[in-house]
Write a new protein. Structure first.
Length: 213
């Protein structure tokens, strides 16, 4: 699985801690981690929580990522922005229990975490435990197990509802504020990672024009 990590500007100083915790868990399980920034608070390309959500939408809808790990001070802003995007189902995850229940019940494709609120002593251990609950074993099995069929049906209904409630991602990219879009994809490693992994030709070709403009 291709996992994208996205960190916004207010929490960029914690980027190395979050990235290290994610790779320590995900890579031994056979997953690839692509860190789309921010990397330091001094990065030229700055991401807000709104841009986190937009970038999550781009990566998931294009096939450049299978799962997105993002967050902000409380985790709520990045969650809201991510869920505003078509095809993105993002949960607010604070602890390993949240991660387990989100993976088994909702089986979404993104999480948002608080990197300021409650981020204290041994925070890196909590991060690793969260990622283990997310990426070890099979997700979507239901909890409790006797409700698995009902939960799977609800996930399908929600997916269909979101498909009719949202424009497709290419339409979003073409009709949104183009300056915001350019700033969102201006990260140091965006082009290197995105164009090597994206499978949706329409999104890929449109963003080629955006980054070369």
């Amino acid at each position: 699985m291709k996992i994208a990590l996205i960190i916004e500007n207010s929490q960029a100083a914690k980027s190395e801690v979050v990235h290290a915790a994610l790779t320590a868990v995900a890579e031994p399980l056979g997953h690839q981690v692509f860190h789309y920034g921010m990397y330091t608070p001094e990065d030229k390309a700055s991401l807000t929580y709104v841009m986190n959500g937009l970038l999550a939408g781009i990566l998931l809808n294009s096939g450049a990522a299978d799962f997105v790990v993002t967050g902000c001070g409380t985790g709520m802003g990045s969650m809201l922005a991510s869920n505003a995007m078509p095809g993105v189902f993002c949960g607010l995850v604070i602890d390993p229990t949240d991660a387990f229940l989100f993976g088994q019940i909702n089986d979404g494709n993104a999480i948002s975490m608080p990197y300021a609120k409650g981020f204290g002593w041994a925070a890196e251990l909590n991060l690793q435990d969260v990622y283990r609950k997310l990426f070890e074993g099979e997700r979507g099995l239901g909890y409790p197990k006797e409700r698995a069929v009902f939960m799977a049906k609800n996930r399908s209904i929600l997916k269909d509802l979101k498909a009719v409630a949202c424009n497709d991602m290419l339409t979003v990219l073409k009709t949104m504020d183009q300056d915001l879009l350019k700033a969102t994809v201006a990260g140091e490693k965006f082009q290197e990672y995105f164009f090597a992994n994206a499978t949706d030709e329409g999104i890929r070709d449109y963003l080629k024009g955006v980054v070369s403009a």
